[in-house]
Unconditional design. Structure first.
Length: 114
């Protein structure tokens, strides 16, 4: 059974930092496209960042503040979030994509106080 598990969320003041982690099962983790998405209360889920063999991509709202990275030896992808703003408050979800296989984690709450 595929597992995608996020961790690292919490409460932080505006301007602070958090690092989210996402551990995903699978024998060929290095080949998976991994992404971070978020959903704020009353809003739709939105793309945050992604990493694949071809590179990285970021939402405009987080460029220059968030950094996605991966450690294939640990089957883990990270999201370093700096200069956090209250509008970054959301549940953050990790996504693992491999061909037609598409799995999501349960999410981790990030709350940024002003």
């Amino acid at each position: 059974q595929v597992q995608v598990v996020e961790s690292g969320g919490g409460l932080v003041q505006a301007g602070g930092s958090l690092r989210l982690s996402c551990a995903a099962s699978g024998r060929t983790f290095s080949r998976y496209d991994m992404g971070w998405y978020r959903q704020a209360p009353g809003k739709e889920r939105e793309f945050v960042a992604a990493i694949s063999w071809s590179g990285f991509s970021y939402a405009e709202s987080v460029k220059g503040r968030f950094t996605i990275s991966r450690d294939n030896a640990k089957n883990t992808v990270y999201l370093q979030m700096n200069s956090l703003k209250p509008e970054d408050t959301a549940i953050y979800y990790c996504r693992r994509v491999a061909g037609s296989d598409d799995y999501w984690g349960q999410g981790t709450q990030v709350t940024v106080s002003s």
